[in-house]
Design a protein around this ligand. Structure first.
Ligand code: ATP
Length: 147
């Protein structure tokens, strides 16, 4: 058994839909290997030794989706188990609510086969895993109280 720690982001973007009205969109992506729809994330300390959770989250979101975000709030960490080559892995993921700053999803890397901005009401059904749906519920509470 071993432990793995990742960090990532639930990124929102305010978009103007008409003169006075704006709406928000949420960034979701489809993993190229397991094909699940998830929030972007990556392993802490995998690329840059000593890199912190926040820096990893911002860098991984940028690499995997093409989008740069600014951290607004830490969300509750999620945990899940999976098995890799017969070994059980307990994974903890630190997600952050992030606001879109710049970048374009057309610049996402190979780790994600699809990246999309979708409406908040579509997010729960699009996400594949229960733990991501829990994180989304928490992010949504913050979004409705602050936007
Ligand atoms: P990272 O994105 O942190 O670099 P990774 O892409 O190597 O990691 P994961 O996305 O954690 O790997 O996927 C590893 C395994 O865990 C896959 O079999 C996947 O189906 C499963 N998995 C991914 N996310 C979840 C989740 N939230 N809940 C349960 N199982 C998950």
């Amino acid at each position: 058994m071993r432990f793995e720690f990742s960090a990532g982001g639930v990124v929102f973007k305010k978009s103007v839909i008409s003169n006075q009205q704006s709406a928000i969109l949420i960034l979701v992506s489809q993993h190229s290997q397991h094909h699940g729809w998830v929030f972007p994330k990556g392993i802490i300390g995998d690329h840059i030794k000593g890199e912190g959770k926040e820096q990893t989250a911002v860098r991984e979101v940028k690499e995997e989706t093409g989008v740069s975000g600014k951290i607004i709030k830490a969300l509750s960490p999620v945990q899940y188990w999976y098995v890799l080559e017969g070994e059980k892995i307990k994974k903890t993921v630190y997600y952050y609510l992030m606001e879109y700053l710049s970048g374009d999803i057309s610049e996402h890397d190979w780790e994600m086969e699809n990246v999309e901005w979708i409406k908040p009401e579509e997010v729960e059904n699009r996400l594949t895993y229960k733990s991501d749906k829990e994180v989304w519920k928490e992010a949504q509470k913050h979004l409705t109280s602050s936007i």
